[in-house]
Design a protein around this ligand. Structure first.
Ligand code: AMP
Ligand code: GLY
Length: 405
């Protein structure tokens, strides 16, 4: 079986590690970490014709789409039209991430619990919605914003300015309580949950500073109630799949439910239509079942006959090493020297490049350091001990990743 993986970040490196164990792997465009796992091709991932041509040329049995942009652009549709199995939703189904307003409408139709919200296009609508919900204000850009389109603030002026800068926004009720990411692998009808994880979205220790794409993550959640996954499947994932089917746009791929466990129960904060980054780096570190089998079953509509997933014991933590300046303008080009990977700690390449034979930073989130351990504290220690051996003068990281929040 030959697999083509699309993307170039930390999520894709983690997916690639899990996929390369049992199949020849091709990647487009890839990164220096992925280059050691298979053959990289210089193809633009949102160019439908180019992706289909590459998949045919290498005889791909399965294409796994990492990021959201090619999905929203219809790469999944183009592959399926060409008769190539694809793990990733159609453009129509990818609107669950592409448009926050659309996601809210589907949730309403499916009876899925989420924050009450207003879609606003004018300054008057924005002012009315801010007054209706009150502080803390939650203002979200309606379109794709790579995890940076959301402002949560006590300052009405800041909220109004973010809305004005975005154009169309969704303004919603503030949700309290811890956040959880649950990934469900879906084949249109059946969904298989992965281990719930927790992400650290703010840039600084103690959740200070602006939102980022995610500064670290861990799993499993030892503090979560035993029935959490079942509850999310029955209240959120299953009704969403049924509603997407009813609309004639069944969801095939990874449905990422970003959840808040509020004092009034589970609420959906957002959906994404692809694996989360960096949570994937922790979650897949514990998956024992070959990932290629699971994603193939999903792409073929055969999840119902898949044996239950198997997980390794213990915990996994991923700490993101970002370039100074992130999430604003990150310093590029800083030289990196990495320790060798171990069985219980390794480096994920998120935003790196090779220049003049040297590994350098080429993005905001540069590395993900994964540590495994018998429990969360051991995994956390292992990740930070490995990170100590990374030489990268222009980087920074949070020091509290893996402490539940
Ligand atoms: P999103 O892109 O919708 O996931 O939002 C990014 C982050 O903003 C979330 O992970 C939360 O930390 C925060 N956030 C989004 N919506 C809300 C809300 N309604 N109440 C409180 N925090 C929120
Ligand atoms: N970890 C947040 C995201 O993938 O969007």
């Amino acid at each position: 079986m030959t697999i083509l993986l699309l993307g170039s970040g930390g999520r894709e490196h983690a997916l690639g590690r899990a996929l390369a164990t049992d199949a020849p792997l091709h990647i487009a465009p890839g990164n220096p970490g992925l280059a050691s796992l298979g053959t990289c091709h210089d193809v633009e991932v949102s160019d439908k014709a180019a992706v289909v041509a590459l998949a045919k040329e290498i005889g791909a049995d399965l294409v796994v789409v990492g990021p959201e942009a090619p999905l929203v652009a219809g790469v999944g549709d183009a592959l399926r039209q060409a008769g190539i199995a694809c793990f990733g939703p159609s453009a129509a189904a990818a609107e669950l991430e592409g448009s926050k307003a659309f996601a809210k409408q589907v949730m309403r139709d499916a009876g899925v619990p989420t924050a009450d919200a207003r879609v606003c296009a004018t300054a008057e609508e924005v002012a009315a919605a801010l007054d209706e919900f009150g502080a803390p204000y939650v203002v979200k850009n309606d379109g794709l914003a790579a995890g940076k389109g959301v402002v949560v603030t006590e300052d009405r002026q800041v909220a109004a300015e973010h809305a004005a800068a975005c154009g169309r926004v969704v303004i919603e009720e503030f949700l309290d309580g811890p956040e959880v990411s649950l990934f469900a692998i879906c084949d249109g009808e059946t969904a298989v949950p992965l281990l719930p994880a927790q992400d650290f979205k703010r840039v600084g220790d103690g959740d200070a500073g602006p939102n980022t794409g995610g500064m670290g993550a861990y799993c499993p959640l030892s503090w979560a109630s035993e029935g959490l996954v079942e509850e999310v499947m029955s209240k959120v994932v299953t009704p969403m799949l049924a509603e997407m089917r009813r609309r004639g746009t069944p969801f095939v791929g990874l449905l990422y439910a970003g959840l808040a466990l509020t004092s009034r129960g589970v609420r959906v904060v957002e959906f994404n239509v692809r694996f989360g980054d960096p949570e994937t780096q922790a979650v897949l570190a514990l998956l024992a079942t070959p990932l290629g089998d699971v994603l193939t079953a999903a792409a073929r509509g055969e999840l119902a006959s898949l044996p239950p997933l198997e997980w390794r014991d213990g915990a996994a933590v991923v700490v993101v090493e970002a370039a100074k300046g992130y999430p604003g303008t990150p310093v590029k080009g800083g030289v990196i020297s990495l320790p060798a990977d171990d069985v219980d700690a390794w480096t994920i390449h998120a935003g790196t490049a090779v220049e003049d034979g040297r590994l350098v930073a080429a993005g905001g989130r540069v590395l993900g350091i994964v540590g495994l351990g018998a429990d969360l504290e051991a995994a956390r220690k292992r990740a930070y001990a490995h990170l100590e051996q990374v030489e990268y003068a222009d980087g920074f990281h949070r020091t509290d990743i893996g402490i539940p929040h």
